[in-house]
Ligand binder design. Sequence first.
Ligand SMILES: [Zn+2]
Length: 374
Amino acid sequence: MTVKLYDIDSHLKEFEATVISCENAVAVLDKTAFFPEGGGQTADTGEIDGVRVLDVQIKDGVIYHYLEKDIEIGKIVKCKIDWDERFRKMQNHSGEHIISGIVHSLYGFNNVGFHLSKAEMTMDFDGILTREDLLKIEKLANIAVWQNVKFNCYYPESLENLEYRSKLDLTEDVRIVEIENYDRCACCAPHVNTSAEIGVIKILDFCKLRGGVRLFVKCGSDALDDYNTRYQNDLKISSLLCAEQSEIATAVEKLIETEGNLKFLITDLKRRLIAEKVKNFNPESDVTAEFESGMDIKELQLYADQLYKKAGGIRAVLSETDGGYYFAICGDEKPLGEFFACFKNAFNVKGGGRGNMVQGTVFASHDEIVKIIL
Ligand SMILES: [Zn+2]
């Protein structure tokens, strides 16, 4: 069994240990401060004797360090964990216990899922919480931080008469994490010594999940980084919209409304333009092609249909897109069918149609199209 130094001192960043075994770059030490993956939290990383520790796992009480290469058996080695990342995890995990304790005491819901990695922390509860509930929980959790309450982690002599939260039905080696006045829970992970170390607890978002809710939460340093990212975004948006930061949502609403009005106006103008072009359309040939820009398929269909209705024949209209043209072609069914068969034969075409109309995309240049179809 490996001695778990993180159980004795969760703030131990560097330590010395003896290498008991090392095979295929997997090392066992007599004692370690590296927390192995467990209880929803990913493993610590760091260095042993200058060699990177990539992963840490525990099996039957023995902690295995997955290294970049082998280290010498029997040697006393200097070890260092990536403290910044580990402390962030402690801030988040301890924040999770405070939230779970508050949710349990206020609503009776259990924490039934927990995930903590470098990128995010999620926690699942077996009951529905509303946005209003979450605001209240978040406030109470931060009050617990301000009160600087003690975290006490221990292995109790007996579990009898001890009330505590637990995800698993363990009866042996149960480690208890107790937060003065807030929570008592079975947990194997390293925690802060007092709640002030957490800094801030921020519930970012939630979603419904299997009859309960999943919360997305950031604590401490992660919450501060998140705040800074959002603040920088707000600053940028505020400057782009020439709006006060507190007014950016209203400014975006106005922008969306203006965009909607403009789209409506552009559609109307394009329809008028099509009507004008149709009015002036006096073809000398049975087959014509009109090249346009900025028209969508619906507009092209309308345009081709009106040209055909006015002059008969085969009437193609095309509008530029990436690497080719959108097109709509109208004509009498049989000649249109024959024309479209040649068209598909000549070019890379995606599309089709029925009756008097075919439409789609053709991947060819203006000159190639004109040369073949006119
Ligand atoms: Zn825990």
